[in-house]
Design a protein around this ligand. Structure first.
Ligand code: MTE
Length: 284
């Protein structure tokens, strides 16, 4: 008789490295955490549906996120494929970081993510000097992900960072949230978290990372280049063509909870230097 799994389907992502400890550098002091309930039930994951409240149910109807292989390749000395649990062990485990999270749709959360700095994975891959960008790709499986039966997006979902962004201390790869493996709806078992950028850069359920010399075209830029750029840095002064970015709705904060948007989502000290001399209005 098969042993029943101790981990319910909804928590099927990568289990390696738990329990986690909070990194004191990102302990969230001064921030009010968004509840687990909101973080895991108000989701953008177009592979399943464009209805934020409907992702959780559709992503937990048999879509398997364990085991899961991620492939690292392109312009690197050490291309490799690894199961996500094995990768976590190889990189020396995971830690918790509390980050602000801001969607381009002008809502925000504060989320305790569990994972490892992207830089650690880059060091393992050993990029060649010609590598200037990292291109991230999400799975394709229309049988499990009904949203992929529709051509809302030219699947797979793709995102990218330049090398300075990817090696910044804030760039994080999450395998968990709130001290537990990532639920499917949050991008199990492995996703990107770049908190100074709009949420669409934080690509979910990654199957491939390629190092490239040319700048990749990310999914939202391809869909609507006049609305979504490559950089997508949070910026209160650069409005979306159809709405203001000056303030944001706080998810779980009550009906009228709003706050002013911060440049780079409050992480100017950490990432401002990357964009010195860059015209942030043109390179939105
Ligand atoms: N990644 C994939 N593969 N597909 C998506 O639709 N949506 C993005 C991002 N990553 C998305 C994705 C957007 S718009 C946001 S705001 C965040 O995921 C939402 O992450 P969350 O549901 O964990 O809050």
């Amino acid at each position: 008789m098969a042993m029943p799994s101790l981990i319910p389907q909804a928590l099927a992502g990568a289990t390696a490295g738990f329990p986690v400890k909070v990194n004191p550098k990102f302990d969230g002091s001064g921030l009010d955490l968004t509840s687990y309930k909101y973080v895991t039930s108000y989701n953008n994951f177009y592979e399943f549906t464009t209805d934020k409240g409907g992702v959780k149910e559709l992503a937990n109807q048999g879509w398997k996120t364990d085991p899961w292989t991620i492939k690292i390749g392109g312009l690197v000395e050490n291309p490799f494929k690894a199961d996500v649990n094995e990768l976590v062990k190889k990189l020396g485990g995971i830690e918790e970081r509390i980050y602000r999270f801001r969607c381009v749709e002008a809502w925000s959360m504060v989320v305790p993510w569990d994972g490892f700095p992207l830089r650690k994975l880059i060091e393992l891959a050993k990029p060649k000097s010609s590598a200037r960008f990292l291109k991230f790709t999400t799975f394709v499986d229309p049988k499990s992900a009904p949203g992929q039966k529709r051509r809302t997006i030219d699947w797979p979902y793709v995102e990218a960072l330049n090398m300075a962004e990817a090696t910044n201390d804030l760039a994080f790869v999450a395998t968990g949230v709130y001290g537990k493996p990532l639920p499917n709806q949050n991008g199990a078992p492995i996703r990107l978290v770049v908190p100074w950028k709009y949420g669409f850069k934080s690509i979910k359920s990654i199957v491939k990372i390629e190092f490239t010399s040319k700048r990749p075209v990310n999914t939202w830029q391809q869909l609507a280049p006049e609305e979504y750029g490559f950089y997508a840095n949070v910026n209160p002064e650069v409005d979306h063509p159809r709405w203001s970015q000056a303030s944001e709705r706080i998810i779980g904060g009550g009906f009228s909870a709003r706050q002013p948007t911060l440049l780079f989502n409050g992480y100017e000290k950490e990432v401002g230097h990357i964009y010195k001399g860059v015209n942030l209005r043109l390179l939105y």
